[in-house]
Design a protein around this ligand. Sequence first.
Ligand SMILES: NC(=O)c1ccc[n+]([C@@H]2O[C@H](COP(=O)([O-])OP(=O)(O)OC[C@H]3O[C@@H](n4cnc5c(N)ncnc54)[C@H](OP(=O)(O)O)[C@@H]3O)[C@@H](O)[C@H]2O)c1
Length: 325
Amino acid sequence: MRASVLREYGGPEVLRLEAVTDPEPGDGQVLVRVAAAGVQFVETQVRSGALAGTPLAPAALPWTPGREVSGEVVAVGTGADPALLGSLVAGQTPRAGGYAELAVLDAAAAHPVPDGLSAAEAVSLLGTGRTAVALDELAGVGPDDVVLVESAAGAVGVLLLQLARAAGASRVIGLARGSRKLRLAEEFGADTVLDYGAPGWSAALGAAKVSVVFDGVGGSVGREAFELLGPGGRFVTFGFASGAVTELGAEEAAGRGVEVLSYWGPPVGPRGPEAQLRQTRTALGLAAAGRLRPFVGATFPLPDADAAHRAIERRETVGKTVLLP
Ligand SMILES: NC(=O)c1ccc[n+]([C@@H]2O[C@H](COP(=O)([O-])OP(=O)(O)OC[C@H]3O[C@@H](n4cnc5c(N)ncnc54)[C@H](OP(=O)(O)O)[C@@H]3O)[C@@H](O)[C@H]2O)c1
């Protein structure tokens, strides 16, 4: 099969299409002919080498990135239900290997693709969908909340806006850079949109307080967002797209009555394997019921995985970015 392979860390060009040995499903696994594979922001950080030595980086190179796939089951391993053969499934691979024509999934993590969802849409609800559901649960968003979402036109962002709306939040504020992204944030449920391209963006909110911040950008943006939280506020941190995490002192947050909730734990409750499967089913189910709108902003042919990474790094993408083998 063909797969996008990383042999060294570096710029997007280090992702190269190669002919590699077909993977084989192990015990309790299925083999999927990949129709769509998700690209995650963090994979650009892994590829560059910025995360080398951390648990997010591969144990060794060469390595094929990608954890979100959907497609037809073309083989089943021992212990996996043969009735899965021929079915359309979507799921997260145990480790990586998604940027490829074939990928292996644990049968337990192979969710049926709901009617009405394309392979690419299903992919946008896997790691990204379950993350958004987990973050929403972690924050416990309710009708009294004023929710602020950073990179609101991004893959996680458009889902968080919708989940906050669905939870009845009294106000949803979307932050993004540039008019195109701000329009999208409005389309996906933000009442108020702010361009955080320049420091001081929060002045436009006046004295308004925020009760929940979803921080996937970190750095100075996360810091400025934190300042908007009053007593009872929740600062939910789950990423550092800016390259730096938000620096917060535990005592500083406690002194202001703000709870800091990290997606990375501890506790790791919302990310345990059972919780992840449930949250993925929730995301797919909400979309199937028309209550969560998946948004695939761009697709790239598999050989152009480098272009997909470049677009993400240049902040040109909106919604989910998907590779089509
Ligand atoms: N997708 C997942 O499954 C998942 C899971 C766990 C954690 N996360 C984390 O959640 C965050 C968002 O992930 P995502 O997949 O939804 O990505 P995304 O929001 O679609 O893309 C990242 C966005 O971050 C913003 N950004 C701000 N500063 C940036 C910078 N210096 N360089 C590049 N982008 C910058 C950009 O939006 P603006 O131009 O509007 O600023 C950019 O489009 C990431 O930190 C990611 O690691 C994601």
